[in-house]
Design a protein around this ligand. Structure first.
Ligand code: PGA
Length: 252
């Protein structure tokens, strides 16, 4: 099955609104001809509206880096799916390893956030991945299995095709260490097999992004793998030229 490549830039806690606007203005002409990939940028909450405005009419879509599970209420510091939707957001990153590591995100809250995203018609990007210690301890598959089972609890075969999974080995995030394409493909294949066990043939439609030090120099080789359908990009998405080159190389 042909799955459309999806490349998303996770800006993390970088770029003020004016810097985000400048980045998108610079990126727009560089990627205007790209039709083979879905392009998403995920700014901070305060930068979202400006970036939505700057990206309007272009092939660049906007996502959030997190989302709360309730529609509204006493959740100081949180933002709901309906609020993001109204602001022009179309995608939501959920369960990034930094949220898991620093903000107590669990598979249970990932699942709650995922359901809220689907209810609001946002396309969820659900992040999973093992730490270095877990990989070295031979626990990668067990960790991914648990994250998939918990994170995707109650999701149906009808819903799964609309969910993007981002496989991000924690040891490769921001470290410059990338999984080799073969190593990444082996893990992506494992993820696809698990999804097939859970959802049957519907799993073929799920796009699985790789994340962790993806850059213009390695995006082609990674995305060429059978089960790698794009990337979730941190560092290399913060400069228009490197993000555009990464995208173009990935689909070349
Ligand atoms: P990186 O981050 O590309 O800087 O390694 C990826 C991510 O955390 O999504």
């Amino acid at each position: 099955m042909a799955r459309k490549v999806i490349i998303a830039g996770n800006w993390k806690m970088n770029k003020t609104a004016s810097e985000g606007k400048a980045l998108v203005e610079e990126l727009k002409p560089l990627v205007s001809e790209v039709t083979e990939a879905e392009i998403v940028v995920c700014p901070t909450f305060t930068t979202i509206s400006t970036v939505v405005e700057a990206a309007a009419g272009s092939n660049i879509k906007v996502g959030s880096q997190n989302i709360h599970w309730a529609e509204s209420g006493a959740f100081t510091g949180e933002i709901s799916a309906v609020m993001l939707k109204e602001a022009g957001v179309e995608y939501a990153i959920i369960g990034h390893s930094e949220r898991r590591q620093y903000f107590g995100e669990t598979d249970v809250t990932v699942n709650q956030r995922l359901k809220a995203a689907l209810a609001a018609n946002l396309i969820p990007i659900v992040c999973i991945g093992e730490t270095l210690e877990e990989r070295e301890g031979g626990k990668t598959e067990k960790v991914l299995f648990t994250q998939l089972e918990g994170g995707l609890a109650d999701i149906t075969a009808e819903q799964i095709g609309g969910i993007v999974i981002a496989y991000e080995p924690v040891w490769a995030i921001g470290t410059g260490k990338t999984a080799t394409p073969e190593m990444a493909e082996e893990t992506h294949n494992y993820i696809r097999c698990q999804l097939k066990d859970m959802f049957g043939d519907a799993a073929e439609a799920v796009r699985i992004q790789y994340g962790g030090s993806m850059k213009p120099e390695n995006s082609a080789e990674l995305v060429a793998q059978k089960n790698i359908d794009g990337g979730l990009i941190g560092g290399a998405s913060l400069k228009a030229e490197s993000f555009a080159d990464l995208i173009k190389n990935a689909i070349a």
